[in-house]
Design a protein around this ligand. Structure first.
Ligand code: PRX
Length: 672
């Protein structure tokens, strides 16, 4: 398979970001670490030296220091069969034990693990001792339902403590979870259940969002209706109190099962390469990829980065990552990283603006949050609302702010630092992906002089580079493609059930280049004159909407599955708040074109995509057109559609089969 990649020079974000780089370089604006911060920082510059001198020794030391092993490892990295890596392969550990029991055994059982805040205002607190007991019970419940090591369990829950408890219970018995974001549709859930052949689904009756209960169990019922599936049981947490239907032989109430379960459960050691979870993410084709992560290397890197990048002092810090556990950020930095480190954290069920637009800042004030991790989209939305909202709350407890999921523009970075961080907090802009499992590029607070808009430097023990399309290193000041040049502990181990796709997607492009095989991340990047890295957005057909990954191909196939649609093309257009927005161009079938107005067709199709994939994938705009711009070989020229979607002058059309088509499209759209 050949991969279609365009160089980042093609992408509109590139132009925008390079402009920022140039202005910044002129200003030379960086923020050196405050001396008082540096004096107590977990990280020190020596970490880079150490990792550079002996990368594998460095990771082995982290794995030994940070984690408890039931059988110590001797082998650090087995890279004899690239790109299939094995880290710490002869060691054994239990992931849940590392996140729970050992903190209790060390005398920290009374430390709060989770301050949970429900959207309607209810709250629950779990100490490490309490959370450990719950997870032990849940592990017994799972075993009682016939789940054993290696079995897959789908988790389709709102942001409630049971989501964390379920994930850890699955990990404790060596089973494999596949968390499906609660906003995904029945069809998306079913595809993921089938691909992983899950035996059990853990869900809730419903969850709270924007002041209302949204149903989950009814969606699971729809997903499992029709064709028989691999699912034997559905375990249901009561949260929304909404009406649900019940299938006696299949459905089990969580609270009944937990009440009857033994509160003791032994945490057996599993091999470091025991699969821990599958998490589906959008790729360049219609079918989501089941990214596979395993145990020992993953936990090592998430715990190391969580501690070092956030400067975590577990005795005193109150940490809050706003991500949902349905995404990788929730896996690594709500569940595994913070709990492995014995952190106290806040977990919030709902949306930032319910019941009032200051809800997040109120939560920070209420719990005295010291470390806060959120996405640039959220920051930009708050910027639009004005500083009066956060200014009404006491945010003086904050000392580190993190950003993740998409490039953070310097304006948002500065606002974040000044308005939320009171002009004193270091900002860590962390670049990573579902596939990398943990942070890869980020400043270290207390060490790095931070630079607004740049994720800056690879973390100690991580080797990245910027290469041109042929794999040649790009000099400082130039743009190219981001690659990872050495295997890292939390790297994906594959795509569930599809080793060929794993090789093709990430490793084929730079298989035979100096230092190869290199991991191709799918992101454009540029190094400035200081060598700092600037991320420039995706170079493939993956969009990033509000920090969530969506595939153009997946939305296109959803659109053409509707009887109205003959052809569809989807592009990610720049959007001031969400980074990118989904914009679709559709050609209606001849028999429909007369029968339905363009407005009605757009509304129906937006609804259809929401039903098929989930609300996050609903196009912001659908243009009904009569032609799509294609090359002579029949490839849709998305670049030109992006020009239209972003209201720009249309670029070079000379390679089009029909050079008139863009003119016709833009004239039609202008007439509206
Ligand atoms: O394009 C990059 C962007 O998000 C993509 C990964 O998306 P996902 O797997 O959903 O994981 C998101 C959370 C880790 C990347 O390929 N991205 C992520 N973080 C940043 C970023 N782009 C720029 N700066 C970041 N800090």
């Amino acid at each position: 398979m050949t991969m279609s990649t365009s160089t980042p020079q093609d992408s509109p974000q590139t132009a925008h970001a390079s402009h920022n780089i140039d202005t910044l370089q002129k200003r030379g604006k960086t923020f050196p670490p405050p001396p008082e911060f540096a004096a107590n920082a977990i990280a020190d510059a020596g970490l880079y030296e150490k990792a550079r001198a002996d990368r594998l020794g460095f990771w082995a030391e982290q794995a030994r220091e940070i984690l408890d092993w039931q059988k110590p490892f001797e082998s650090v990295l087995d890279w004899s069969n690239p790109p299939f890596a094995r880290w710490f392969a002869d060691g054994e550990l239990n992931v849940a034990y590392n996140c729970l029991d050992r903190h209790v055994l060390a005398g920290n059982g009374d430390r709060v693990a989770i301050h949970w805040e429900g959207e309607p205002g209810d709250s629950r607190t779990f100490t490490y001792a309490e959370l450990t007991e719950k997870v032990k019970r849940a592990a017994n419940v799972l075993e009682g339902l016939g789940i054993g090591a290696g079995d897959r369990v789908a988790i389709y829950l709102p942001m409630i403590p049971e989501a964390v408890i379920s994930m850890l219970a699955v990990a404790r018995i060596g089973a494999v979870h596949s968390v499906v974001f609660g906003g995904f549709s029945a069809e998306s859930l079913r595809t993921r259940i089938d691909d992983a052949e899950a035996k059990l689904v853990i869900t809730a009756d419903g969850g709270w969002r924007k002041g209302k209960v949204f149903p989950l169990k009814p969606t699971v019922d729809t997903a499992l209706g029709g064709e028989p599936s691999s699912v034997e049981h559905v375990l249901v947490v009561r949260r929304g109190e909404n009406e649900i239907e019940w299938t006696d032989e299949r459905d089990v109430w969580w609270h009944d099962a937990m009440d009857g379960a033994d509160e003791e459960h032994e945490a057996r050691g599993f091999e470091a390469e025991q699969p821990l979870y599958i998490l589906y993410t959008s790729g360049t084709t219609g079918k989501p990829k089941g990214i596979l992560h395993t145990s020992g290397g993953y936990l090592t890197q998430v715990a190391f980065t969580h501690r070092t990048v956030f400067d975590l002092h577990p005795e005193t810090d109150v940490y809050w990552c706003t991500a949902d556990v349905g995404w990788v950020t929730g896996h690594s930095y709500v569940v595994y990283g913070p709990l492995a480190n014995g952190a106290t954290q806040v977990m919030y069920e709902g949306t930032p603006d319910t019941p009032h637009p200051g809800r997040w800042w109120e939560i920070i004030q209420k719990y005295g949050v010291t470390i806060f991790y959120a996405a640039p989209t959220a920051i930009r939305s708050f910027m639009k609302l004005g500083r009066e909202i956060p200014d009404a709350f006491d945010l003086s407890s904050l000392r580190v702010l993190g950003s993740v999921g998409e490039p953070i523009n310097p304006e948002a970075w500065n606002w974040y630092r000044n308005v939320i961080g009171g002009g004193r907090t270091p900002i860590v802009d962390t670049w990573w992906q579902t596939e990398t499992g943990a942070m890869m590029i980020s400043p270290l607070p207390g060490v790095t002089a931070t630079k607004p808009g740049s994720a800056q430097v690879p973390l100690p023990g991580i080797s990245v580079d910027v290469r041109d399309d042929d794999g040649n290193p790009v000099p400082f000041g130039g743009g190219g493609l981001l690659v990872v040049t050495e295997p890292w502990p939390s790297m994906l181990r594959g795509i569930w059930g599809d080793p060929d796709r794993f090789v093709e997607t990430y490793w084929e492009k730079f298989a035979n280049v100096p230092g190869g095989p290199l991991y191709f991340a799918g992101d454009g990047a540029r190094r400035d004159e200081d060598g700092d890295i600037w991320l420039l957005g995706r170079v493939d057909d993956v969009m990033n909407v509000s920090g969530h990954r969506l595939s153009t191909a997946e939305i296109e196939s959803s659109l053409v599955s509707h009887p109205f649609v003959a052809e569809a093309a989807v592009v990610g257009a720049s959007d001031e708040t969400t980074g990118q927005a989904v914009v679709a161009f559709v050609i209606l079938r001849a028999d429909q074109a007369e029968a339905v107005s363009a407005e009605d067709a757009s509304a129906i199709l937006r609804h259809h995509v929401g039903q098929q994939i989930g609300a996050i994938a609903r196009p912001r705009t659908i243009f009904v057109v009569t032609e799509l711009p294609k090359t002579r070989s029949g490839k849709i020229m998305r670049r030109l559609l992006r020009d239209v979607a972003e209201g720009r002058e249309i670029g070079d059309t000379t390679t089009l089969a029909d050079t008139q088509v863009m003119q016709i499209i833009s004239e039609r759209l202008a007439q509206k």
